[in-house]
Design a protein around this ligand. Structure first.
Ligand SMILES: NC(=O)c1ccc[n+]([C@@H]2O[C@H](COP(=O)([O-])OP(=O)(O)OC[C@H]3O[C@@H](n4cnc5c(N)ncnc54)[C@H](OP(=O)(O)O)[C@@H]3O)[C@@H](O)[C@H]2O)c1
Length: 253
């Protein structure tokens, strides 16, 4: 059997790193194609890990995917899973807004750029790439890291305007592209994935309010994400995309 391969976009993040570490442990034969704005850190090398640095411009996304395709051929691997892990909640002066008075055009645009625009550009370029890689119609799954706070139905608390709205926009982009992908790639499953509060730099300033037992390690979330991808590949959901929590719970859009 051909070895499997998985593409991990936004590979320097805490959850993406958990996915890479967990895959390397659980599936030592699986080839991991990692893409990040950052170069690979010294000491992160693994026998089955390939790393591309990418500025997420369309030109570099296309060039990176062309190189990934070459490596898949050279290694004789079958790509069947993709995760897009990009997302930003805070960075320096940029903090989630508690009140509408704190909303600014600069913050909204910056958060939408990383949380919705960058994943959308990946979905655009992955379309042609996956049509080539998934020829033959074998089961495959693509997860985009979303967040429960992106659910419009579930929003009971308010606040975090830019992050919430960017994740709601992301969910719409995922669902809309899933409908289009389904026409040419009916065996590809789409998941907007809520990881739960995970101990990474993204959640660090907000961990004090997390209930006991509800702050997950990146390894726990990575194992859950891989399990959800496997479940999705084995299922025939009626909707083109599912909004799923780490434990498999369906979240209302
Ligand atoms: N941690 C949590 O509690 C939690 C909860 C709900 C949802 N999530 C979601 O899970 C995903 C991963 O989060 P994490 O906890 O692993 O966070 P993290 O450790 O802070 O990782 C940040 C991720 O976002 C990317 N990123 C950062 N700034 C960016 C920018 N300006 N443009 C494009 N990409 C950028 C990074 O990609 P590079 O490798 O290219 O830098 C990396 O994949 C995010 O989508 C987040 O919203 C996390």
């Amino acid at each position: 059997m051909q070895p499997r391969a998985m593409l991990v976009i936004g590979a320097s993040g805490g959850i993406a790193q958990g996915v890479i570490e967990t895959l390397a442990l659980q599936e030592p034969d699986t080839l991991i194609l990692a893409v990040s704005r950052a170069p690979q850190s010294p000491g992160q090398e693994k026998a089955r890990l390939r790393w591309w640095q990418c500025d997420y411009s369309e030109a570099q996304i296309a060039a990176t995917l062309a190189e990934c395709a070459g490596v898949l051929v050279a290694e004789g691997c079958r790509l069947d899973r993709v995760v897009v892990a990009n997302g930003r909640l805070h960075e320096g002066e940029l903090q989630p807004e508690k009140r509408i008075e704190s909303v600014s055009a600069a913050t909204l645009l910056s958060v939408f750029e990383s949380n919705a625009v960058v994943p959308a550009l990946w979905l655009k370029h992955l379309h042609r790439f996956l049509k080539r890689e998934l020829r033959g119609g074998a089961p495959a799954a693509l997860a985009v890291l979303s967040a429960r706070v992106g659910s419009i139905t579930d929003n009971g608390k308010g606040g975090w305007y830019a992050y919430r709205a960017s994740k709601a926009a992301l969910n719409m982009l995922v669902k809309t592209s899933a409908i289009e992908y389904r026409r040419s790639l009916p065996a590809l499953r789409f998941i907007a994935f809520h990881p739960g509060t995970t101990d990474t730099s993204l959640s660090k300033p907000f961990q004090r309010s997390v209930p006991e037992g509800k702050l997950f390690t990146p390894a726990f979330v990575a194992a859950a994400l891989l399990a959800r991808l496997d479940d999705a590949m084995a299922s025939q959901p009626s909707e083109a995309a599912q909004f799923l929590a780490y434990d498999g719970d369906q979240i209302p859009w």
